[in-house]
Design a protein around this ligand. Structure first.
Ligand code: PA5
Length: 435
């Protein structure tokens, strides 16, 4: 049974203030639904949990099974929306130290993400790490032209070809890209690589529940059927056009109200280190969707209690332009009970009988109280436990809230024109033809 609910009591955003947006939100809701089946728009993710291509889904599962059988390592090559979602889910739902477990403990391939930076050390370190292992590659790029993953793919394609020969290398390369456009698609056609499609009407940062995210996620042993079920629950729950009954839309409105009151930075907080890449995924989703036309909440993230010992001071007493959205996970998979110590030299006997999860929650309660008293409003998102279904629902919740929030702000949630500026300069400096 799913249990995600949103708590606004620490924001002082009274119902009445939120409900002023009722008509606006209903209009945006209708507009979004109207374009969601249009192939030329970018709102395909809205119906995806029910409308996804079942044949492609079967193909993903089959490829994942093959990779699990014949590979010790899967390299996921991609950047931005073409890797963050997969990494977010894989890290949230697997053992925190997944890649360093023994093969016997893990039972599924190690997964490394590459092509998301330009560091030669990163690549060489990775090559050293995988030298004695059987490797498959999933290269992901919707446009098929992004420089970082293209460079990494050139290097790892050559690596596979020299390790296995051209034919076996071909059987170990999986391409996720546009159905017809882009250099990667041409290469895949030429080399006859197995190919998965990024639907036209789903942009990179909204694509985790397509082959972009699902293939690597399935390879790590996560049940992608359950993940989609969770997203489908989100689709059912959060598509009520009436703001009064829609917590997802209330979150979108609350953050806009806070923004108008000069709370220009939102920190997504989790008390679970497994959620680190989920917050990275969220930052990209919100940053690229809202940061344009001189507007937008700056999306930041923190893992507590770790970052209470680095960012905590600033949050408590620095510039008062912050608000926090806290993801509270009620139950952990495992727990540890504190025992009494005869000598009590560390003075911790007051914790005897209390569990770590309980202590973590008390830290959270204490922090929320301190931060709200320090004029940092908190929105609380409560999740029963971290599993496929809840995470699927949470992904859908944040995607939908993001689109609604950007529309309230008056910006296009589905483009990212600003990303081109650095590329143009870089290409010119690298003397790329045509620049
Ligand atoms: O959300 C987006 O569209 C971007 O962040 C892209 O995912 C990112 O730039 C990678 O693009 P591509 O998949 O075309 O390589």
């Amino acid at each position: 049974m799913l249990n995600i609910n949103v708590d606004f009591k620490y924001t002082e955003k009274k119902k009445k203030e939120i409900m002023k947006y009722k008509d606006m939100v209903e209009k945006i809701h209708n507009e979004l639904h109207e374009i969601s089946t249009n192939e030329n728009e970018f709102a395909g993710w809205l119906q995806l949990p029910t409308s996804y291509n079942k044949d492609e889904f079967k193909k993903i599962k089959k490829a994942a099974e093959k990779i699990k059988k014949d590979s010790d390592v899967l390299l996921v090559i991609g950047i931005g929306g073409s890797y963050l979602g997969a990494r977010a889910v894989i890290e949230a739902l697997n053992n925190t130290f997944y890649n360093v477990l023994t093969d016997k403990q893990r039972k599924t391939p190690q997964i490394f993400f590459v092509g998301n930076n330009m560091s030669p050390d990163y690549l060489n370190d990775l090559l050293e790490c995988i030298s004695k292992k059987d490797v498959s590659v999933n290269v992901i790029s919707k446009s098929g032209t992004t420089t970082e993953p293209a460079i990494a793919f050139r290097i790892f394609r050559e690596y596979l070809e020299s390790k296995y020969g051209i034919d076996e290398a071909r059987r170990r390369i999986y391409v996720t890209t546009d159905k017809e456009k882009g250099a990667l698609k041409s290469l895949a056609n030429e080399e006859e690589y197995e190919t998965f499609i990024v639907p036209d009407n789903i942009g990179g940062r909204y694509s985790v529940l397509t082959a972009v995210g699902l293939l690597p996620i399935a390879v790590s042993g996560i049940d992608i059927e359950k993940l989609m079920n969770g997203a489908r629950n989100g689709q059912e729950k959060y598509n009520n056009s009436d703001l009064k009954y829609n917590n997802c839309y209330k979150y979108a409105v609350a953050r806009n109200i806070l923004y108008k009151q000069d709370k220009k930075t939102e920190i997504l907080v989790s008390y679970e280190p497994k959620m680190l890449y989920f917050t990275e995924w969220w930052k990209q989703l919100y940053g690229e969707s809202e940061g344009k036309d001189g507007k937008g909440i700056f999306p930041a993230s923190a893992t507590f209690t770790t970052d209470l010992h680095s960012l905590g001071q600033y949050i408590q007493e620095g510039r008062r332009e912050l608000f926090e959205t806290v993801i509270n996970i009620e139950k952990t998979k495992t727990d540890i009970k504190m025992k009494a110590d005869e000598d009590n030299l560390d003075g911790l006997n007051y914790l005897e009988g209390k569990t770590m999860n309980y202590i973590n929650h008390k830290a959270m309660e204490g922090t929320i109280q301190a931060h709200t008293e320090g004029n940092v409003p908190n929105i609380l998102i409560n999740i029963d436990k971290l599993d496929e279904e809840n995470l699927g629902e949470l992904i859908y919740f944040f995607e939908l809230a993001c689109a609604i929030s950007a529309k309230i702000l008056g910006v296009n949630p589905f483009n990212q024109p600003g990303v081109e500026a650095y590329k143009k300069n870089m290409f010119k400096l690298l003397e790329k033809p045509g620049y």
